[in-house]
Design a protein around this ligand. Structure first.
Ligand code: PMP
Length: 427
């Protein structure tokens, strides 16, 4: 008899590879906003394969573009001209809002942030980086060194010198009791204080909404205020849009635009959704910053024709069908419904989010203490009810994360909310 897949997984893959669920899922196929597991169970997917399915599972336009391109050539090299790469770069450069933008493609969000760090440190001739507390930026040697969520930053041996700034988490920490403008003032004072003791910082990297950290948004105006301080010091701004890009937040195409007073970032990193599951990541930067490297550099697989074909088809679909508008409309209704559900339950501390990016923070009823056990139990109960969710929120993982494919319909939003309501009541 063959051993169960779970046992084989555990025997051959690293222990630190996180797996959801007591009985982990093997997803075998997907369509639209649904996926099926190996036992034939159907699930409504409220996590989009961790935000990587931007439009829909098995979107015919993407599948066709991938198959056609794979039938012609799967890989050439960045040493040759690549039409798909140029076309996708043109579209992203234009959408980025960054003047005189250049785009470099990678195969993951981690590598995109790594490249942004490479550029920023070279441009500023400094290995000092400012990052936000509770942030997540990836799993490479440098990316763990700027990840302020230490549950996801398993070594501290980074070559970068990182200083962590307050502001990512609104609901916890020493400034939690402050109103928005006082909170901003306190965070800016903290930043000024840090800069008073350092010289020549290269960049500040921040997620406009912290993803792994539990979908927490800083109050509007925080990053604009930070930006004024950074500009005075010539420090670059890197916006990590790996989770917040492509219209997911509804009101804006990029997360940074919610803080538009601060203007476009110097560098923007993207990944996850753009390939609808195909591995595309990348960096956009002003030409002056992108071109600051002295030697040559390439990525063997970054910008491969097949992934670029997927990206072009997926982005084309997103724009033609105004999925940002859908995220605003359906996401708005969903968040409203979740708030109504949460208001009935002392377990729910806060429902927050923008567009189709919603977080539900769970606490021990009657207290402010994080409740990771309840989050895990709700995840299991929702799965039993046919709904896949995410979780996050720093060390204590007490936030349910919702980020469905951007084609989610109102009926599916209502169906998912009803399953979630039952799951919340059951724990
Ligand atoms: N930045 C952010 C904000 C992320 O959420 C992630 C992935 N969760 C990454 C970077 C790393 O992306 P990848 O897993 O593609 O390397």
């Amino acid at each position: 008899m063959t051993r169960p897949l779970y046992d084989r997984h555990r025997a051959v893959l690293p222990d630190w590879l996180a797996l959801y669920y007591r009985r982990p899922l093997e997803i075998t196929h997907g369509e639209g906003r649904h996926v099926w597991d190996a036992e034939g169970n159907k699930y409504l997917d409220f996590f989009g394969g961790i935000l990587t399915t931007m439009t829909a599972h098995a979107l015919p336009e993407v599948t066709k573009a991938v198959a056609e391109q794979a039938g012609r050539i799967i890989h050439s090299s960045t040493l040759y001209l690549n039409r798909q790469m140029v076309e996708l770069a043109e579209r992203i450069a234009q959408l980025s809002g960054i003047p005189d933008a250049r785009v470099f493609f990678t195969t993951s969000g981690t590598e995109a942030n790594d490249t942004a760090l490479l550029l920023a440190t070279a441009y500023r001739n400094s290995n000092q980086i400012l990052a936000m507390r509770n942030s997540y930026h990836g799993r490479s040697f440098s990316a763990v060194g700027i990840t302020g969520n230490h549950a996801w930053s398993p070594t501290s041996l980074s070559p970068l010198q990182t200083l962590y700034v307050h502001g990512g988490v609104r609901s916890r920490g020493p400034y939690a009791h402050l109103g928005d403008s006082q909170f901003i003032e306190a965070c800016v004072a903290d930043l000024e204080d840090l800069l008073g003791h350092t010289r020549n910082v290269a960049a500040l990297i921040a997620e406009p909404i912290q993803g792994v950290g539990g979908f927490t948004s800083p109050p509007d105006g925080l990053y604009a205020a930070f930006r004024e301080v950074l500009n005075r010091h010539g420090i670059l701004w890197i916006s990590d849009e790996v989770q917040t890009g492509w219209g997911r937040t509804g009101d804006h195409f990029w997360g940074w635009q919610a803080h538009a007073r601060s203007g476009p970032p110097d560098l923007l990193t993207f990944a996850k959704g753009i390939g609808n599951g195909m591995s595309i990541g990348g960096v956009v930067a002003r030409a002056e910053v992108m071109n600051c490297l002295d030697g040559n550099s390439i990525s063997t697989f970054g910008g491969s024709p097949v992934t670029m074909a997927a990206g072009l088809a997926n982005l084309g679909y997103l724009l033609e069908h105004d999925l940002q508008g859908n995220a605003r409309r359906v996401g708005g209704l969903l968040i409203e419904r979740l708030r109504a559900i949460g208001a009935q339950l002392p377990l729910v501390r806060e429902v927050r989010g923008r567009g189709l990016m919603a977080g539900i923070e769970l606490v021990e009823p009657g207290t402010d203490r994080a409740n990771p056990e309840a989050a895990a139990a709700v995840l299991e109960a929702a799965r039993e009810g046919g709904l896949l969710l995410g979780k996050g929120g720093g060390h204590d993982t007490s936030v349910l994360r919702i980020a469905p494919p951007l084609t989610l319909t109102v009926a599916e939003a209502e169906e998912g909310a009803a399953i979630l309501e039952r799951a919340l009541h059951s724990v």
